[in-house]
Design a protein around this ligand. Structure first.
Ligand code: ATP
Ligand code: MG
Length: 561
């Protein structure tokens, strides 16, 4: 885990790129970011983006956006648009270089024909089950297909007819002819094309009845685009020999693949397939649910792009598998919001307070600081009157030891206002507290007593006559286990039943005009962001993160290195 404040100046990928430029393997840097449009981007993709776009930028090179749209069954135009929006939101720019793997289907097909003609690819009539059964295992070599030694003419004819849609799905594949006994299973005659007559592709329509596999598309696309460094996550390390084999046999521009470890977060799943399941099964309210680790979810929750990028930067670029503590993300978000968020007062669980000796009908305007971290943010005034709401938690009828907030007989400070002392509690027939009665000291306006007496606690409040009712959504971690995927039951079994709590609270008048996406610190509560579900009459606030910094505690308890 990286906790160091000073950024690492470089990493193993940047070192490799630098070396390639020095020794002349490449004379420029050109990378690509290759999302598959089968879901929305999540924070893990941010790591890939900071590497792909970041390295291009650092070396004065370019980075293409290339949609890896080779599977019409799972992909959709809806995802393409949202992915572009999310990349822009983070501040990355592909300029005019927006490409699609499907742009290259014709060239790719011609390249496949080239391999067939060289005797390096063949049409296999085995069923998908037979292909996989005959691949062998790590300890046993595979079995050669009975169709492996077809003539070039027959292969060309069959491939053409596969392409024309003459054969049903699953009846044939095109395979590279490499080595069925190769120690790397990816080299045992990997499948290049499979037949998929349906559904139509979101860009090429019904033109194609065969679609390339990842291994037979990605590296070739890299080469066609002149990508120098194809940076991908670690699961492709075993595919690198195949990546290089295709480029060597085709004798085309040789891009270099370098792998890095994926970003993993505790208490989080980061896989589009699994996130899709959460959406489909209704465990969350959509891809942009503020509990989702998607960029849209985080945006709706109130995270800024700056905070997300800072977090990814701090997590670092490593070659080895690791899991980053989600508390680090929360801590970075908190630091970022602390600097930029105006302070407001909001009462989430209201308790009515009546100031018995305050004049009826009087309203005073109290001056409140907008952001102690930012002097330019200035001040505002908040109305004060006889009836207020305070937080239920700020009152105890029988205070536990060291409880310094309000209780009968005790005096506290109302933020930006007066000292008040609790005189008595009013209850209904069921014994439930309905309101609190207090007296105020008119000489303490601003919060200090002229006689110098001290109070141990300052609490926030809103004026009942002026406050606006608001829906408050409190979010907690979506999973109860640090590794949601550990064990037999799977991640759905450890969904936190309390990951969302909805409250009706009261917020100060100024928040009535706030707009979706605006962020605030609710004093003593946490950071909140206005949700798009808000109406002009009733705002909805998402809690981005609470004020408590569990990360700082963890860090403190760790021995210093
Ligand atoms: P997922 O499992 O979430 O579907 P994926 O790898 O299939 O991920 P792609 O759309 O293919 O998703 O990913 C685009 C790029 O982002 C790839 O280069 C991939 O390696 C990278 N990427 C995806 N997830 C992560 C992650 N958690 N950390 C770092 N890079 C990632
Ligand atoms: Mg993928």
């Amino acid at each position: 885990m990286m906790t160091d404040e000073t950024p690492a100046p470089t990493d193993f990928i940047r070192e490799a790129v630098e070396e390639d430029l020095k020794n002349g393997r490449f004379d420029r840097v050109h990378t690509r970011f290759p999302p598959e449009p089968n879901g929305y981007l999540h924070i893990g993709h941010t790591k890939a983006m900071t590497i792909d776009f970041g390295i291009a930028q650092d070396f004065g090179g370019k980075c293409n956006l290339r949609f890896d749209d080779t599977n019409p069954v799972k992909e959709d135009i809806e995802y393409v648009d949202s992915i572009k929006e999310d990349i822009r939101w983070l501040g990355f720019d592909w300029e005019d270089r927006e490409f699609y793997a499907s742009d290259y289907f014709d060239v790719l097909y011609a390249w496949a024909v080239r391999l067939v003609k060289k005797g390096l690819a063949y049409v296999d009539d085995q069923s998908p089950e037979e292909v996989s059964l005959n691949r062998g295992t790590l300890t046993e070599p595979g079995k050669e297909s009975p169709y492996r030694n077809r003539s070039v003419e027959e292969n060309l004819d069959l491939l053409e007819r596969m392409k024309a849609g003459e054969f049903p799905d699953g009846s044939r594949v095109l395979r590279a002819k490499i080595d069925m006994a190769h120690p790397n299973l990816n080299m045992r005659d990997p499948v290049m094309y499979r037949i998929l007559c349906e559904p139509p592709h979101h860009r090429t329509g019904s033109k194609w009845k065969i679609y390339p596999m990842y291994d037979w598309s990605h590296g070739q696309n890299d080469s066609m685009e002149g990508i120098t460094h194809s940076l991908c996550s670690l699961e492709y390390e075993n595919h690198r020999p195949l990546y290089e084999w295709f480029l060597d046999q085709l004798d085309v521009f040789r891009s270099r693949q370098i792998e890095f470890a994926r970003l993993n977060l505790s208490y989080t799943v980061l896989s589009k397939r699994k996130l899709l399941r959460l959406v489909k099964e209704g465990h969350v309210h959509g891809w942009d649910d503020p509990r989702m680790p998607t960029l849209r979810g985080m945006r709706r929750r109130g995270y800024t792009p700056e905070a997300i990028l800072e977090f990814v930067h701090r997590a670092g670029v490593a070659k080895n598998y690791s899991v980053i503590d989600v508390a680090l993300l929360e801590s970075v978000v908190r630091d970022d919001l602390n600097k930029r968020s105006p302070r407001r007062m909001a009462v989430l669980k209201p308790l009515k307070v009546v100031i018995d000796n305050y004049p009826d009908g009087l309203v005073e305007e109290m001056e409140a600081v907008n952001n102690p971290e930012d002097e330019r943010a200035g001040t505002r005034t908040v109305p004060f009157s006889k009836v207020l709401y305070i937080e239920q938690d700020d009152f105890r009828e029988s205070p536990p030891p060291k409880y310094y907030r309000l209780y009968p007989g005790n005096e506290v400070r109302l933020r930006y206002a007066y000292l008040i002392r609790c005189t008595h509690v009013v209850k209904d027939q069921n014994g439930e507290m309905t309101e609190l009665h207090v007296t105020y000291d008119p000489a303490t306006r601003g919060g200090d007593a002229p006689d110098g007496r001290k109070v141990k606690s300052t609490i926030h409040w809103v004026s009942a006559a002026h406050a606006k009712e608001a829906e408050i959504r409190l979010y907690d971690r979506l999973f109860t286990k640090e590794d949601p995927e550990e064990g037999e039951e799977g991640f759905v079994a450890c969904i936190n039943p309390d990951s969302l709590t909805v409250l009706t609270g009261y917020v100060e008048t100024h928040l009535a005009t706030s707009q979706p996406g605006e962020r605030f610190q609710f004093e003593r509560q946490g950071y909140f962001c206005v949700d798009p579900d808000s109406s002009p009459d009733k705002k909805v606030f998402n809690r981005t993160v609470s004020l408590r910094d569990t990360w700082a505690k963890i860090e403190k308890s760790q021995p210093r290195k």
